[in-house]
Design a protein around this ligand. Structure first.
Ligand code: OAD
Length: 246
């Protein structure tokens, strides 16, 4: 790989080699090469399904079994999927001694399975459930559930996926972790495989840039953040990221 200012990948690789603190903001695109569909892409969920029927509290109240069928199907996909070279490259950065925070919108666990240890799940985890009645939340890897919707073992209330649905507040814990990380300084911020439709995702990227980061977008397409990026690497994460880290 060439180095120098005219070679964006080389410039990024150089900055990464020198970096102490790296923020990776990831979205569905990083897991696409592991066989997990995105939301807004060509084969994305929201091209064929109505989000208000699957990812809102109102949809769940109306038909919890229907919503659970979709989550159960996706839990099966995630369980069968393997981390790809994109996930591995981020874990390699951490293994190389960098302080890395992976701030992901993904509800899968492929970053953790690749070896990343500092992962903030902005939209929750597909493996966590929360009781609608007693509010207990827990990790529950049962697959498949014997009946849908599953019930709370403590109070028999309805369990819902502990993920963030449209119209809901984000959980505080991951947000505070991301904000604290950014305020400690960031050398490189990688925005990978996200359409960046939410203001808070754009906000984290811009805050990292203000905190000193080289803002790098890894995405085969164009997003609302593309124009603000210092470097755009247009390709699939599984091909681009290993070349930056290797
Ligand atoms: P999207 O499906 O909106 O966007 C996926 C992005 O990944 C697009 O910009 C693609 O161009 C890019 N992409 C596709 N394949 C890629 C690859 N191999 N490597 C790199 N990039 C690739 O997914 P998100 O931005 O993650 O939230 O969506 C954000 C949120 O919207 C999701 O967490 C979900 C959804 O509604 C909720 O359900 C609350």
């Amino acid at each position: 790989m060439k180095n120098g200012m005219n070679d964006p990948a080389g410039r990024t690789a150089e900055r990464l080699r020198a970096a102490h603190r790296v923020l990776a903001l990831t979205g569905a695109g990083i897991s696409a090469e592991s066989g997990i569909p995105t939301f807004r892409g060509k084969e994305g969920w929201w091209r064929k399904e109505d989000p208000t029927r699957l990812a809102t509290q109102a949809a769940f109240d109306r038909d919890p079994a229907y919503v659970w069928e979709w989550y159960q199907y996706r839990r099966g996909l995630v369980r069968e999927a393997e981390p790809n070279p994109g996930h591995q490259a981020l874990a390699d950065l951490e293994r190389a001694g960098k302080e890395v925070l992976v701030a992901t919108q993904n509800v899968d666990d492929l970053h953790e399975r690749a070896g990343s240890r500092n992962v903030a799940h902005i939209h929750g985890s597909i493996w966590r459930v929360r009781c609608e009645r007693c509010r207990r939340e827990s990790h529950d890897p049962t697959h498949p559930f014997p009946t849908l919707p599953p019930r709370c073992q403590h109070c028999q209330g309805l369990l819902r996926p502990a993920v963030v649905w449209f119209g809901e507040m984000l959980a505080h814990e991951p947000i505070i972790r991301i904000e604290n990380f950014i305020s400690g300084g960031v050398d490189v911020a990688l925005v990978i495989g996200t359409e960046a439709v939410f203001g808070y995702i754009q906000g984290f990227a811009m805050a990292a840039r203000r905190a000193g980061a080289l803002l790098v977008e890894v995405n085969p397409g164009q997003t609302p953040l593309s124009d603000a990026a210092d470097v755009r690497l247009q390709g699939p994460a599984g091909a681009v990221l290993p070349r930056l880290v290797g």
